[in-house]
Ligand binder design. Structure first.
Ligand SMILES: NC(=O)c1ccc[n+]([C@@H]2O[C@H](COP(=O)([O-])OP(=O)(O)OC[C@H]3O[C@@H](n4cnc5c(N)ncnc54)[C@H](O)[C@@H]3O)[C@@H](O)[C@H]2O)c1
Length: 422
């Protein structure tokens, strides 16, 4: 692995930029050098975007699945000249002085601890959504970003889509009058994951490091990859997986921060298998100033029934706004279309925004403080579901009031040595 920034940039065939990057302080014209942690589907997509920008380069890819790591290195090489180093342990990336930023697309239980370690090591962080596995980690991530002066952006890419920004400005600026209600939703047709059995750890997997901060569990053959989403020990269900995208928009448009009351209904209604998280979920978040957000998640049925595919909608006293992927429509009170607009989507705009902020300073579009507030909504919905009752929350912090059992789910136990500290 290159431990010298100039050497990396030379071999990355970007020597033109190297003259100005002899020191660790990045300037607005320097290339941001990243390492990408977790390069299955998502991490490889992100790595290819970072590799394709003139303002960034990928020095290393990191995975505990050796097959995914070499496939990702090859996929990045299709986009940039330099073949990224393959690094099995993320801590080796954090020690590498060449690297300016860590991109995290490992499973959710890694997001908080890896972000905090990276901030402490002086790296900026692009962390996938949900930004953390539990609310306490979100609080610590904000503290770590501020304490170490790092740019930390959550991967809610719609925050950087022009038509979405315009729609949110319209809602907040009164285009539908006083906006008081928003609804987010997500649907899919997911199958069963069956019943897993304990099995020997496959040769391609470093299961010890896959578990990392999470207390140890035996290897079971139906959880890796992806299906960990449906177990509380590592994941956050559909609400934390896809719900956070919509809830981030609902919260942004309504201009609300922490709820005062959260209720959850639903369960596992379709497949009789190992999954713990709801496949059918209705969650309501009420805010102090007479506003509310509702979320509907149907993981096992995708019939739209005429609802035309919006992911978030907003209701005011003068009309409504529906948000599609990168497009929106404003309706008056009689359902007459007042305005329609659309714009580009994808990941590049959001990654560009992160790179620009890391190089030149400034808060990114999905700064970790906003990321924490938006990720807290799924966490609270899941906690309400797990304790089976409504939660009352402090409008200044989102912390749960008068319910010790619920508040016990605010944080988690860690494997020895992995407790995050700012
Ligand atoms: N923003 C988006 O639209 C979007 C889309 C898809 C996924 N995501 C997020 O990206 C993350 C990854 O999703 P996925 O579908 O690729 O999951 P996945 O389980 O398919 O892949 C995760 C990868 O991380 C690796 N990994 C686990 N522990 C690691 C460690 N210690 N070091 C390095 N690599 C490690 C795994 O081996 C695997 O290759 C999730 O948090 C998910 O919510 C975001």
């Amino acid at each position: 692995m290159h431990t010298n920034r100039r050497g990396f940039l030379r071999s990355a065939a970007v020597a033109g930029a190297a003259a100005s990057v002899a020191s660790r302080a990045l300037g607005a014209n320097d290339r941001l050098v990243v390492g990408v942690m977790g390069v299955h589907g998502r991490g490889t997509q992100l790595a290819r975007v970072f590799a394709g920008l003139k303002s960034s380069a990928v020095a290393c890819v990191c995975d505990v699945d050796s097959r995914n790591m070499s496939a990702a290195a090859a996929a990045v090489t299709e986009v940039q000249v330099y073949k990224p180093e393959e690094v099995g342990d993320v801590r080796r990336i954090l020690e590498n002085k060449v690297v300016d930023a860590l991109v995290i697309a490992a499973p959710n239980h890694w997001h908080g601890p890896a972000t905090i370690l990276a901030c402490k090591a002086g790296k900026h962080v692009y962390v996938e959504k949900p930004c953390c596995h539990n609310p306490r980690e979100g609080e610590l991530m904000v503290a770590a970003a501020r304490a170490h002066g790092r740019v930390v952006q959550m991967g809610t890419q719609r925050r950087s889509w022009p038509a979405v920004i315009e729609a949110m400005e319209a809602v907040r600026g009164g285009a539908i009058g006083r906006a008081f209600f928003s609804r987010g939703r997500y649907t899919n047709v997911r199958g069963s994951i069956g019943r897993g059995k304990e099995a020997p750890v496959p040769g391609w997997l470093d299961y010890e490091l896959w578990q990392g901060p999470a207390p140890r569990r035996p290897y079971t053959d139906n959880r890796i990859h992806y299906n960990w989403h449906w177990f509380w020990h590592w994941g956050n269900g559909e609400l934390g997986n896809n719900g956070v995208h919509a809830l981030d928009l609902c919260r942004w448009g309504l201009g609300v921060e922490y709820p005062v009351r959260v209720t959850s209904s639903g369960g596992r209604y379709l497949h009789d298998d190992d999954q713990e998280t709801p496949d059918t979920h209705e969650v309501m978040f009420e805010f102090a100033d007479r506003k509310a957000i509702a979320w509907e998640g149907l993981s096992c049925n995708q019939n739209w029934l005429g609802a035309k595919g919006w992911i978030a909608s907003f209701y005011g006293d003068k009309g409504a706004l529906a948000l599609w992927e990168g497009a929106y429509t404003i309706f008056d009170r009689n359902d007459k279309i007042v305005k329609e607009a659309k714009g580009p989507g994808g990941d590049e705009l959001h990654i560009r925004n992160f790179v620009d902020c890391a190089r030149a300073g400034g808060r990114p579009n999905a700064d970790i403080e906003e990321g924490h507030k938006s990720t807290l909504l799924p966490h609270l919905g899941n906690i309400a579901h797990r304790v089976g009752r409504a939660l009352r929350c402090d409008p200044a912090s989102g912390r749960i009031l008068g319910d010790e059992e619920a508040m016990a789910l605010w944080g988690r136990e860690y494997a020895p040595g992995w407790e995050p500290t700012v």
